[in-house]
Design a protein around this ligand. Sequence first.
Ligand code: FAD
Length: 478
Amino acid sequence: MTTHRCDALIIGAGQAAPALAVALAGRGEKVILVEGNQLGGTCVNVGCTPTKTLRKSARVAYMARRGAEFGVNTGAVTIDFAKAMDRMHERVNASRTGLEGWLANTPNVTVLRGWGSLAGHTGQGFQAVVDGKGEQQHIMAARVYLNTGTRPLMPPIEGLDKPDARILNNESLLQLRECPKHLCILGGSYIGLEFAQIFRRLGAEVTVIEPSHRIAMREDEIVTNAITDFLREEGVQILTSTTLERVDGAGSDLQLHVQTKNADYSLQTNIHKASHLLVATGRLPNTERLNLASIGLPVDARGYLDVNGQLETAVAGVWALGDINKRGAFTHTSYHDFEIVRDNLKEPNALRSADDRVTAYAMFTDPPLGRVGLSRSAAKAESDKSGRQFLIAEHHMRFVSRAKEESETHGVIQFIVDAKTESFVGATVLGINGDEIIQVVSNYMATGASYKLMRNCLPVHPTVTEFFPTILDKLAAL
Ligand SMILES: Cc1cc2nc3c(=O)[nH]c(=O)nc-3n(C[C@H](O)[C@H](O)[C@H](O)COP(=O)(O)OP(=O)(O)OC[C@H]3O[C@@H](n4cnc5c(N)ncnc54)[C@H](O)[C@@H]3O)c2cc1C
């Protein structure tokens, strides 16, 4: 049995961990990074990188099919699914290999392969165990950083518990070599909708099954209606108010037994056939195998950790970064967590805090949805509760000249401003380049400046952003 001693033990190579390991090593600390699966975590291996790479193949197919509309004639558009998947795997492998090389070449950083867990706390520091293949290693560490991320949730529905190669999650879906004939997707939220459009464009029939009465439930109705419209226009079938009751299928197709609540509240049962089912119903935090009880660190009812703005847990000397700390479920929030921890360690008076950040995010449908801050419904609820007054303005993409020039007119822009302080409190850009454009607003929001300053700025023509002053001129009481 090997025992290692280190200053910093990082468990889980999520999106904060590699940069944190290198930064701590740069301060002269001896760092051990423990990873049970693959370096790069969810984002690189089974999340952002593969989906955004496949999304490009899907978009090329989509534009090729629309070629004649732009005066570009192609032959029949066919999809080489295996090639699209190979391109995706190459991108993932290159990204992971780059990371592996970076860590391997950083002095003072040791990567241990295996599942890490804590094993108590003595006056000398934290004890931990790493379960690798056939070997157990022991670690004594002065400080511990947890960055173990999340994994797919499989809901307790009859038939989903049986091993079946046709029942997929985001990880197994990415291993397919042939495009599913008919992909049913359980869950109409961000991950499910991105995959729905990608696989539809790559040639699958796609059906989304969503229990709520609309998809992307966290967004305003104007947003979900626009997303529903462009997905349906491309042939994605969307079944809302529909629950999956049972899955069976001994033959070539799965049989999905669903129940739909009609507008008059009557219930209707149906059986849908599908070659594959993607379960995209949420994520679970990877905290239970960490044996946090051994150091007296509690998790909440869902298994997440509570942290303060500096991302410190209830146990001194233990930090939690990334999705497990409930302060964001994105690669950029996890990486930002690293920056906060690094800066606070470097300069304790810096007191950089996650409480101060403005969290923007995107859903990478095409066109993408960029979002920051309050939605209309959240602002309305806040106003009803506290009396705070807001101003709101909306502008449809079909009235944006750049969108018209590109024939990509789906979507809407929405701004919400605090009536008293005049600062932005929320924005939506669903439309071409919405994922990039939203950051004009989120970065501006971080300054707390009045919207009037932005209204007076000089924009570039012809861009989507050039409409910001026009839209801001339309602000009216919510
Ligand atoms: C399909 C999909 C698409 C996504 N697209 C986007 C996107 O476009 N943009 C975006 O910002 N976010 C996206 N996300 C979310 C993003 O991937 C995560 O928010 C991001 O990876 C941050 O995760 P993390 O740093 O908490 O850890 P993760 O990236 O989840 O990594 C955690 C690591 O810890 C390891 N681990 C867990 N437990 C242990 C243990 N006990 N011992 C050792 N190792 C352990 C795991 O194996 C894993 O490698 C997507 C997610 C999915 C599933």
